[in-house]
Design a protein. Structure first.
Length: 69
C-alpha cells in the first residue's frame, strides 16, 4: 500500500484512528467544545489531515488548530 504524502487514498488503520481520536478528544477538551458542535465537527477533519500525510500527533494538533467551522 502506498503512503505517499498528499495522497488521500491512504487507509486509516485502527491504530491510526486511535491516534486521531486522541488528538480530537484533547482538542475538544482544551477548547471546551461540545463533541457534536460545529467547531468539533470541523476538527473531525483530522482524518483528512492524517490522510494527507500528517501523522505526528503534535503536528496534527497544530494543523487542526487552524481549522475553523
Amino acid at each position: 500500500m502506498s503512503k505517499a504524502v498528499g495522497s488521500r487514498t491512504e487507509m486509516v488503520t485502527p491504530d491510526d484512528f486511535e491516534k486521531i481520536n486522541l488528538v480530537f478528544r484533547e482538542m475538544v477538551q482544551e477548547r471546551d467544545l461540545a463533541v457534536n458542535g460545529e467547531e468539533a465537527i470541523a476538527l473531525a477533519r483530522l482524518v483528512s489531515l492524517f490522510q494527507s500525510g500528517i501523522h505526528d500527533q503534535a503536528a496534527l494538533k497544530l494543523m487542526a488548530s487552524y481549522v475553523r467551522a
